[in-house]
Design a protein around this ligand. Structure first.
Ligand SMILES: C[S@@+](CC[C@H](N)C(=O)[O-])C[C@H]1O[C@@H](n2cnc3c(N)ncnc32)[C@H](O)[C@@H]1O
Length: 289
């Protein structure tokens, strides 16, 4: 098992002063995590973080993390510093790097596909930002192959948000379907000639235990087209785990890269590759049938 560390020009790298600051701040985080009541008083000074906490696990929280900017967030200085610390020095920047890695893998998968018509399925699509932005960019570059997209989410709000995003990106919405549903019924969405060449399921595995994840991956593998690709990911074990669980109350199942790889291999994927940034808080995996 080897995690490939990616380098993109637009990556938010932890420059050395931030790495040093993390070393200094991690014990403080651990201290707060041991006294959650105290940690919460401090953390809730940030209205931005408080909002994310209230919406934990949803597309709304993720969109807040994707769109955070020090300059655009107007608040008192303590609020801004706490927000910046969490979203730029800790977990937040890794989440944005994860989005960039997913977009790169999706782009490559679409460009390298031998098919004239490519089917893409997103499970727990949320805003579907990764897919919609990649397809929009490819269209601007003149990529003309037909791409049929099915976006599945249990939240009506998420699907509505995604619809608006597709319109903003000026995508041919006739080629996109939004379905409200649960992902444990993958088969339902892979009928009537729609055999996915690419399945994206990012930001969701973190909530499934081992048995549930295995069942889901097996079902995904069975439904993928020949030479199909699954792009998924999981949060890695990391020093921020206790803070996220105790203070932000965002409960996830943390998996080491080898555990993620095992899950994919046990479910029948042949070729598994893993990607991350230098900090490796989020691992993105690609499994081929
Ligand atoms: C954290 S978001 C991930 C969004 C997107 N994949 C991304 O990476 O930007 C998780 C999404 O999964 C949806 N979700 C959670 N459980 C689900 C389930 N069992 N079936 C379908 N969707 C689910 C939520 O509504 C939410 O929009």
């Amino acid at each position: 098992m080897k995690v490939r560390i990616m380098h993109f020009p637009d990556f938010e790298y932890n420059v050395y002063w931030i790495l040093l600051l993390r070393l200094f701040l991690h014990p403080i985080m651990k201290f707060f995590a041991s006294f959650p009541w105290l940690g919460k008083i401090f953390f809730e000074k940030s209205q931005y973080c408080k909002f994310i906490r209230e919406k934990a696990m949803s597309y709304v929280a993720l969109e807040k993390i994707y769109s955070y900017s020090w300059r655009q967030y107007n608040a008192n200085i303590l609020d801004r510093i706490i927000t910046y610390t969490w979203l730029n020095i800790f977990n937040g920047f890794s989440t944005r790097n994860r989005l960039k890695i997913v977009k790169k893998l999706l782009r490559d998968a679409l460009l390298l596909s031998q098919k004239d018509e490519i089917n893409v399925l997103s499970l727990g699509a949320g805003s579907a930002r990764s897919i919609l932005e990649v397809v929009s960019q490819l269209r601007r570059e003149g990529f003309s192959k037909k791409i049929k997209i099915k976006l599945i989410d249990s939240s009506r709000d998420a699907l509505n948000f995604s619809r608006k995003l597709a319109e903003e990106l000026k995508l041919e919405t006739g080629d996109i379907e939004w379905h409200r549903g649960l992902i444990d019924t993958v088969d339902i969405f892979c009928k009537n000639g729609f055999k996915p060449d690419i399945i994206e399921m990012v930001g969701l595995l973190d909530y499934f235990n081992h048995q549930e994840a295995l069942k889901l991956f097996q079902s995904i593998r069975e439904n993928l087209a020949q030479k199909g690709i699954l792009i998924t990911g999981n949060v890695n074990k990391n020093p921020e785990e206790k803070f996220i669980r105790e203070i932000i109350e965002w409960n996830m199942i943390y998996r080491r890269p080898n555990q993620l790889e095992d899950l994919l291999l046990t479910s029948g994927f042949n070729e598994v590759k893993m990607f991350s940034d230098k900090i490796m808080t989020h691992i993105v995996a690609e499994g081929k049938v």
